[in-house]
Design a binder for this molecule. Sequence first.
Ligand code: ADP
Ligand code: MG
Length: 447
Amino acid sequence: MGDDHDTSDHTYEDGDREGVENSSEEEQNSSIGLFQKYLKGRSIFKNREVLRHSYRPQILPHRKEQMDTIASILAPAIRNETPSNILIYGKTGTGKTASVRYVGAELEKACGSVGVECNVVHINCEIIDTQYRVFAQIATLLEDDEGRSSDRPRSSIPMTGWPTDQVYAELKNLIEAIGGVHIVVLDEIDKLVKKSGDETLYNLSRINSELKNAKVCIVGISNDLLFTSYLDHRVLSSLSEEEIVFPPYNAPQLVDILQQRADYAFNEGVLDENVIPLCAALAAQEHGDARRALDLLRVSGELTERKNAEIVTEKHVREARNKIEADSLIECVKTLPSQSKAVLYAMLLFPEMNKQVFTSGEVVQVYRDVALALDLDVLTHRRITDLISELDMLGVIKARLVSRGRYGRTKEMWFGAGTKKILETLQQEGRFTDERLNQIDISRFKT
Ligand code: ADP
Ligand code: MG
């Protein structure tokens, strides 16, 4: 995808002229013609990698206060004492992961300089999401730490197969054998708890009472402020000895963050002066998400390069926004559970019959036929309205409550854009091309 944004209604003088030149060259030497236009001209990027999420900047503007707080809480590690556990909250893209990694690396350096054994292990619980895997991963990271001496103690936890008790005991022995302070960062901790409950946290938080020679401190990072309702109160009080909130960035702060990265990422003079402020403003609307701001800037540059234009302009930023929104909508649709997909399919039939706005009552009726055609259990009205609310929250549809006088209130909904893409995405799953779906007689639902 992506290439389909290269529609010819956006013409660039330079690009066009080059296109003409290329065609004659292509005739002469068709074997390199295909890439000719990429060989010529100045490239937009100096180093595109700098704009990726995984890149770790050396300076994090506007996070000094949060990093200072984290540092002050973890500082006892330097004296080989146990720091308090920390729970960090904030929406995506507010710099939580970057800040904690930065402080963690600094702490390891500081401890190293005074000869105190201190390890910071960073676990992404979106990927490592079971108790077994968390324990095994902590062990692996403690063993594999670069620059460690070869006589470092080792564990023998296999990737799968042991009872969890045994994994826990082995991890405990490893930590005890290494000694010192171990900071376990559980990033996206809410994902772990939602997937596997709070047992991992319960076990980790009691490990200190069983250690003599070593200490463990837990730093949990969550995008979800409400995930603590999934925790046992003892686990929660142990985990949240300290709490830190990362607020969203505002537009001027995002400008600073982008500017710093842009200096390394782009060649000089390729960014129109409005580009960074616009990326920042759009991402600030989005909930102050630095990740979104960086994506906008990177994709704007990529679209510009693909069009063979020389300057990134506001127009490219707006196109980038549309592309990112469309891509994330499609990603979101792909990962919906079956029943939500069935509800969504039912909704898609309304624009098909030229009804742009429809009500939850109508969707429920059509959904029943869809569920039957797909051999799904038919959900209750109540469950369906829950799924509709979810689709609204995810931004797949738009909805509003309207008053129907004495008939009470009802929810009206409609699609923003991209119904065709959504339908195509559903139909990539074979069952959404089932003949029985085509037989649903939508006219009988006409109101
Ligand atoms: P979170 O973990 O809160 O979702 P991240 O720490 O992953 O956010 O940040 C998302 C992206 O934005 C990363 O590429 C990160 O380097 C960048 N970023 C976030 N905050 C800053 C900042 N203050 N300065 C520079 N880059 C930042
Ligand atoms: Mg993160």
